[in-house]
Design a protein around this ligand. Structure first.
Ligand code: GL7
Length: 832
């Protein structure tokens, strides 16, 4: 019998076991060819941007075939899929990640090197895809990475904003916002799909048609229609077999126009509404956790929900025709916060008005198809829309919401007979001078599962936010703790630590993060500690250069790098950090020989353009930084750096270089946090309150490997209930008084006394709503412990290693598996 075949030439050595069979030579050929054929230039005269574009095109050659293979497989197998509806996807750059996922990063880097280019330099040519504000949007990006990596059929739906989150510059210490034009010169990663364009009705009126058989039918005569054109971004799963898509809708003016309705007078503001078509996908709202309250934002929400549901329906009908009995079996729609809530009445409208289902059948399907993730308890972030706005923009949806509410209040009556206070509290409509629709309540009523994003947060969702709903439907409420993709947030952003880990425990960890526990035995080993700290030091050296380039400030890699990077918000308490820096500065001025390891305090944060106090805090950080950085008396023991334009690609440089991770929110306010996970994974020790996922990080890493301080969730509640008085702390602690009074002088703003007083006023006259002063002393003590510990480099190294080793839980792969188990019931679908 024949047992041998002709001997094949050995494939070129690939950097990773799973890598595609693409050699350095082949990659070079592809880049140069794309330089000619895609970019229309050649190797002699190509700009860096063109080289980057050609490399992206070379990557796409490998990705697109897998994309169609994935789509074919999903269609043929007719699998259940999750549809992740999110107004935000904070993707960052895609080149590095796509190459990592295909296992081709090393070969691509080598190919570019041989062509005379450094891949790290070319990577800087790629603009961040900043279609999100912060954690919520980045979470969506990590989730679609994990979904593809785990071979789950999934599609992300969002908006193709022309401008993402604003670009921040700092002028005279103040934040200036500039438009972000991320795709001004095109975006090589996206594919336009005009064949899947959808039409979205808006405005107009609802006609009740009385049928001959005595039944009623509702007909919505829209006042205008806009077009939604989809752009697809391929999402390459780690190890590259599944390539899912992120589908982003762009608004365009429609040729279709309802002249009858127009002539009948339903189409009021003709000019305004025509402009609307082009403006719907123009900008991302730069509000983090607060509601814009603008008609345009509501139209954005409806626009992308309507397009996405039509897209889902088109795909469903291709397999099942008009038989909707399988809809909820095949389709799960995850609502990323309340922003896409209007999808619920929209699906009701489609089923009833367009597909002819009755209320009961339509509602049963809806209630089994939607699930809702809550991301915050902040009352100002819980969306409410004025009834009059719905009446104008979505008149049919308002009717449907009223009917959902009527039936829901019957259930409330059944549960609490005669209790009108309950009905007032739970109603989907808030009565008052301005009647409002409560989107959170609508989500809970219309969904089969509701989840919070960390254990403590999910408990608060049940106990404080929706206690009556929890009583009515306890099984609806679950927890799924957030996670981050280790592909971007360790493998790609921290190559030094990544190779050290792979050399030590093997290279499976990016796909199975709990394998990192194998590092634990090395935490005590001097040789490993040395290598680990060497990687950290080299990362810090790189950041030293970045800091110099971006700000001109010179810092030493021997100092402790203390990093506070997140959106600017009072509850996140950047000003607590600032007050403590002022206290350190005073202590050093009083005693320049104080026993203190030098520190560099690094900040990155954008403030919502309309959030005055947040902008004052940025100004204060910059002014204090100027003064401290140029004060020869304290030598170089203290440096303060505000890095402008914080974004995903800057986070990728800061996180690998962090020694201390500042996670200092008032307990009970940060739903989860995800930066906390990224930094601990990269070996920073957390300086944190017992809030959000910090609690679970402490469970995993061990409290002895962190610096925990401050009031707990219960203590915060008690303190507030007792009647918190910040003046007690002002008069009770001379250091607090001294640093707050300092803000009233012109010490940091020469010639302008009081330029920083807003912070003091908010803390004293404003009542210090986030208990900054109450936690100050405990924070200061925790910092003393950290500073002391850093002097023992072995002890520090050990803790840092134990952090990395024990962060396995926080991979977004685990979050996705939790969603699958507790909410989505998906099956993996292998793509050949
Ligand atoms: C947030 C939470 O504030 C944050 O703690 C959480 O990690 C994130 C993802 O679940 O969601 N909620 C929210 O509205 N934004 C967040 O970042 C903007």
């Amino acid at each position: 019998k024949k047992t041998t075949t002709a001997k094949k030439a050995a494939p070129a050595p690939a950097a990773e076991g799973f890598a595609l069979d693409v050699s350095v030579e082949q990659f070079k050929e592809s880049i140069v060819r794309n330089l000619n054929t895609t970019l229309g230039t050649d190797a002699e005269k190509a700009s860096d941007k063109a080289w980057w574009g050609a490399t992206a095109a070379a990557v796409n050659e490998l990705v697109f075939s897998r994309l169609s293979q994935t789509q074919k497989t999903h269609l043929n197998k007719d699998t259940r899929a999750v549809h992740y509806l999110s107004l935000e996807f904070l993707m960052g750059r895609l080149m590095g990640n796509n190459l990592q996922s295909l296992g081709l990063f090393e070969n691509a880097a080598q190919a570019l090197k041989e062509l005379g280019h450094e891949i790290t330099d070319l990577a800087e040519e790629e603009p961040d895809m900043a279609l999100g504000n912060g954690g919520l949007g980045r979470l969506a990006a990590c989730f679609i990475d994990s979904l593809a990596s785990l071979n789950y059929p999934a599609i992300g739906y969002g908006i193709h904003y022309e401008h993402g989150l604003f670009r921040q510059t700092i002028q005279q210490g103040r934040q200036i916002e500039r438009p972000d034009s991320w795709r001004e010169y095109g975006n090589p990663w996206e594919i336009c799909r005009p064949e899947s364009t959808q039409e979205v009705p808006l405005f107009g009126y609802v006609e009740t048609v009385f049928e001959n058989d005595g039944s009623l039918r509702k007909v919505w005569h829209p006042g205008s229609v806009i077009k939604g054109v989809p752009w697809d971004i391929p999402i390459v799963g780690y190890k590259g077999t599944t390539v899912n898509i992120l589908r982003l809708w762009e608004s365009r003016a429609s040729e279709f126009f309802d002249w009858d309705a127009f002539n009948a007078g339903a189409y009021k503001d003709a000019q305004g509404e025509q402009n609307l078509a082009e403006t719907v996908s123009k900008v991302l709202y730069p509000n983090d956790e607060t509601e814009a309250g603008k008609q345009l934002r509501l139209v954005q929400q409806y626009f992308f929900c309507a397009c996405s549901l039509k897209d889902i329906m088109r795909r469903y009908k291709r397999a099942h025709g008009d038989d909707f009995s399988k809809y909820a079996e095949q389709i799960v729609i995850q609502l990323n916060d309340t922003h896409p809530t209007v999808a619920i009445p929209e699906l009701m409208r489609v089923f009833m008005d367009e597909e002819g289902l009755n209320w009961e059948d339509a509602w049963a399907i809806c209630q089994q198809s939607f699930a809702y993730t809550n991301h915050t308890l902040l009352p100002e972030a819980l969306e409410k829309w004025p009834v009059y706005l719905f009446e104008r923009v979505l008149p049919r949806h308002l009717e449907i919401i009223y009917e959902i509410n009527r039936r829901f209040l019957d259930e409330v009556e059944a549960q609490w007979p005669g209790d009108d206070a309950k009905k007032i509290k739970l109603s989907l409509i808030e009565e008052g001078a301005q009647r409002m629709i409560r989107m959170g309540n609508l989500c809970v009523v219309g969904s089969y599962k509701v989840n919070g994003v960390a254990a403590v947060h999910s408990e608060l969702v049940k106990a404080d936010l929706f206690p009556e709903f929890y009583e009515m439907w306890p099984e609806k409420f679950v927890n799924v703790t957030n996670g981050v993709t280790p592909r971007r947030w360790l493998k790609a952003c921290n190559p030094r630590l990544s190779s050290l880990i792979s050399d030590t425990i093997g290279s499976d960890w990016p796909g199975q993060l709990d394998k990192l526990v194998a590092l634990k035995p090395y935490a005590d080993k001097a040789a490993f500690q040395k290598k680990y700290m060497q990687a950290k030091r080299e990362n810090k050296l790189e950041l030293v250069n970045t800091i110099r380039e971006l700000t001109g400030v010179e810092v030493s890699p021997d100092a402790i790098f203390d990093v506070l990077i997140k959106r600017l918000h009072e509850y996140k308490r950047q000003h607590l950090n600032l007050l403590h820096i002022l206290a350190l500065y005073r202590r050093l001025l009083e005693n320049p020989n104080m026993d203190f390891h030098p520190m560099v305090f690094l900040f990155g944060a954008k403030a919502a353009p309309g959030y005055k106090l947040a902008k004052e805090i940025i100004f204060a950080i910059n002014k204090v930084a100027d003064r401290i950085n140029n004060d020869p008396r304290i030598k170089d023991k203290l440096k303060v750096v505000f890095l402008p334009n914080y974004r995903v690609s800057l986070a990728e440089k800061l996180i690998p270089a962090a020694d201390l991770s500042e996670q200092i929110s008032t307990a009970g306010y940060e739903a989860s946090g995800t930066g906390n996970m990224k930094m601990a994974l990269n070996g920073a020790l957390t300086m944190g309150t017992m809030d959000g996922a910090n609690i679970e990080i402490a469970e995993e890493a061990g409290e002895e490997n962190m610096f925990i301080f401050g009031l707990s969730v219960d203590e915060v509640k008690e303190t507030k209930a007792k009647g918190y008085n910040p003046w007690d702390y002002y008069y009770g602690n001379p250091e607090i008084k001294a640093v707050l009074d300092w803000l009233d002088t012109d010490y940091f703003t020469p010639g302008e006394p009081g330029a920083l007083s807003a912070i003091k006023r908010s803390l004293l006259d404003g009542g210090d709503p986030y208990l900054v002063l109450a936690d100050f002393e405990s924070y200061s003590e925790a910092h003393k412990r950290a500073n002391e510990m850093y002097k023992d480099q072995k002890a520090w190294a050990k803790s840092a290693i134990l952090n990395t080793a024990q962060m396995g839980k926080f991979t977004s792969d685990r979050s996705i598996e939790d969603y699958v188990d507790r909410i989505w019931s998906l099956k993996k679908c292998d793509v050949k």
